[in-house]
Design a protein around this ligand. Structure first.
Ligand code: ATP
Ligand code: MG
Length: 255
């Protein structure tokens, strides 16, 4: 297969990505040279020490910031060449994104929070209501739809955020430490749901995590170190203890 064919068949293709932040007189190279390819669908992890560039990579993939150099192809779209208008549409319609903070509107119910991106996009109310209801039910929140965020647990709030991110049926969901604010029981439930959604909806989920127990739910894990991919682990049937040891081995190795 030639290179063009490889690119066309991958769902996420990153080539020689470089990101330099200039804050005042300081120059920080957050990504030095990242290349990776994900054929999707599936649940994929990104691990790496603090400051290794994980969030930067996710932000660039999600079109929240622009690379200094390099190429990003997501679901056939060339993200690095998009105009601001195209980026706004890409973020709203073609991908989902969730963060450690749930970013829900405190004055709105769970249902209204999930519907909001569709309201902003001018979608018909009936379609939106049905779609949001189905999503909330599939995430175990059928009985919480009229609750406002302050009447939901952290795990429930993150599930509302997941439902909202999937409103437009994206093929790709980016998650930056989605369980960073949750206890271990709620976290496990979120990981199981993400894994289940990836296989049930042919979704590709790219999740940044510090926790081997989270990464153990993934099929593959990319390890970042100093702004580069230093390893790619096939998780298979391995458990979190194996993954933790394997991760430590990679991080400890000079590269
Ligand atoms: N807006 C910014 N301006 C300047 N430097 C930045 C900016 N954002 C990130 N950096 C720097 O880029 C590097 C990578 O940051 P990034 O947030 O991607 O790391 P991370 O792997 O997500 O870390 P963590 O695990 O702590 O979340 C760090 O050295 C960070 O200080
Ligand atoms: Mg981060």
């Amino acid at each position: 297969m030639n290179r063009a064919a490889v690119e066309a068949s991958a769902l996420i293709e990153v080539r020689n990505l470089l990101k330099v932040y200039n804050s005042g007189s300081e120059r920080v190279q957050a990504l030095a040279d990242v290349s990776l390819s994900i054929r999707g669908p599936g649940f994929i992890g990104i691990m790496g020490p603090s400051g290794s560039g994980k969030s930067t990579l996710l932000h660039l993939l999600a079109g929240l910031d622009r690379p200094t150099a390099g190429e990003i192809l997501v679901d056939g779209a060339s993200v690095h060449t998009m105009t601001e208008t195209e980026l706004t549409r890409y973020r709203r319609q073609r991908i989902g994104i969730i963060f450690q903070q749930f970013n829900l509107l405190g004055t709105m119910t769970a249902l209204d929070n999930v519907m909001l991106p569709g309201v902003l996009d001018g979608r018909p109310d009936k379609w939106l209501r049905e779609r949001a209801t189905t999503l909330l039910e599939s995430l175990g929140l059928g009985g919480r739809m009229k609750h406002r965020p302050d009447a939901l647990s952290g795990g429930e709030q993150q599930r509302v955020a997941i439902a909202r991110s999937l409103l437009f049926e994206p093929k790709v969901l980016f998650a930056d430490e989605p369980t960073g604010n949750l206890d271990s029981t709620s976290s496990r439930r979120i990981w199981e749901m993400l894994a289940e959604m990836a296989s049930a909806h042919q979704l590709t989920i790219l999740m940044v995590t510090h926790e081997p127990a989270a990464a153990a739910h993934c099929s593959r894990v990319f390890i970042l170190g100093d702004g580069r991919v230093t390893d790619e682990i096939d998780v298979g049937q391995h458990d979190s203890a194996w993954l933790a040891a394997r991760y430590q081995q990679t991080v400890d190795q000079p590269h």
